[in-house]
Design a protein around this ligand. Structure first.
Ligand code: MBD
Ligand code: FE
Length: 306
């Protein structure tokens, strides 16, 4: 059977009716997107001659795996694709330059302590024993220091687990998560227990998919950032350790040229010097965050809030 089967009047009429094209109510943009999405699924079924059994297996996979969509989206390359698409639209608008954006991932938690100075991110001890020291400057397009920035930083512990998402339940809320308030010079500095790479939960939906694709579910050790500052575009990015075995083989496609510093290692300490360069905001919306739904936790009562 050829995919032109989809173009038969009977099927085109079905698509129109299913997407509410003949109804006056509803959301026109959603109708147009739903019609194309449904047609794409039909095309896929015909192109690959997907059987009824296979189709319902896929529905069951999505239903059972819904809790891991935040991992499946980066694992399938779609979250990285969103970055490539935003980059391409920026280039069209003449908005290139600065530190590359890269995927947020599913593990940010709003409400981390707001702190100043040379900051310790780690509330909990970590038997890994290795320390990470990171510092640098947040700059603007002309190399000027960006004043009054807030650097949101979050990373895993030495077992690759993030606080608030740790199945062992061992971590204190906001361990390895802080918002760092910078001064007029744009300088930041923090230290923490060094993160290890991340692996998707064994036997979970993402792991099953990766195995079926002959892939793995590992990320190199990395540190996430949001950087916001008045007058500048909020940057979503991360650095991945250039000397990690998975630096060139990240299951989530979050590693990018310019975001792979190699830590300087001396004894139990890894040091990374890294400057960020922001783009100027062209409207107030660019100073904010996307409206992606994010986890949020109550601020710590003992937080050293500034
Ligand atoms: C992570 O820590 C991460 O950053 C991404 C993108 C996906 C899974 C786990
Ligand atoms: Fe991560």
């Amino acid at each position: 059977m050829d995919v032109s089967f989809i173009k038969a009047p009977q099927i085109q009429q079905l698509l129109d009716r299913a997407a509410g094209m003949n109804e006056s109510g509803g959301n026109p943009r959603l109708k147009a997107i739903m019609r194309d999405l449904t047609e794409s699924v039909m095309e896929l079924i015909v192109k690959h001659d997907i059987s009824e059994s296979e189709f319902w297996l896929a529905v069951k996979y999505l239903a059972d795996g819904a809790g891991e969509f935040g991992l499946i989206v980066p694992g399938t390359g779609i979250e990285h694709f969103l970055d490539l698409y935003m980059d391409a639209k920026d280039a069209e608008d003449g908005l290139s330059g600065g530190t590359p954006r890269t995927i947020e991932g599913p593990l940010y938690v709003a409400g981390a302590p707001l702190v100043e100075g040379n900051v310790n991110l780690s509330t909990d001890p970590d038997e890994g024993g290795q320390m990470l020291h990171m510092n640098g400057t947040v700059k603007g397009p002309d190399g000027e220091p960006v004043g009054n920035a807030i650097v949101h930083v979050w990373h895993a512990n030495s077992k690759g687990w993030y606080s608030h998402f740790d199945p062992t339940g061992e971590q204190t809320p906001f361990n390895n998560r802080r918002r760092i308030k910078l001064g007029p010079d744009g300088r930041y500095a923090f230290h923490s227990n060094q993160p290890s790479g991340y692996s998707v939960p064994p036997q979970g939906a993402t792991d099953m998919l990766m195995q079926a694709l002959g892939r793995h579910g590992n990320r190199p050790a990395h540190v996430h950032f949001f950087i916001e500052a008045p007058g500048y575009r909020t940057l979503t990015t991360q650095i991945n350790f250039g000397d990690d075995p998975f630096a060139a083989d990240d299951f989530a496609f979050g590693t990018r040229e310019g975001l792979l510093p190699v830590p300087i290692r001396q004894g139990d300490t890894a040091s990374i010097q890294f400057d960020f360069q922001l783009q100027r905001a062209h409207n107030a919306g660019e100073e904010g965050f996307s409206s992606r739904a994010r986890a949020e936790a109550a601020p710590l009562p003992e937080a050293e809030t500034v």
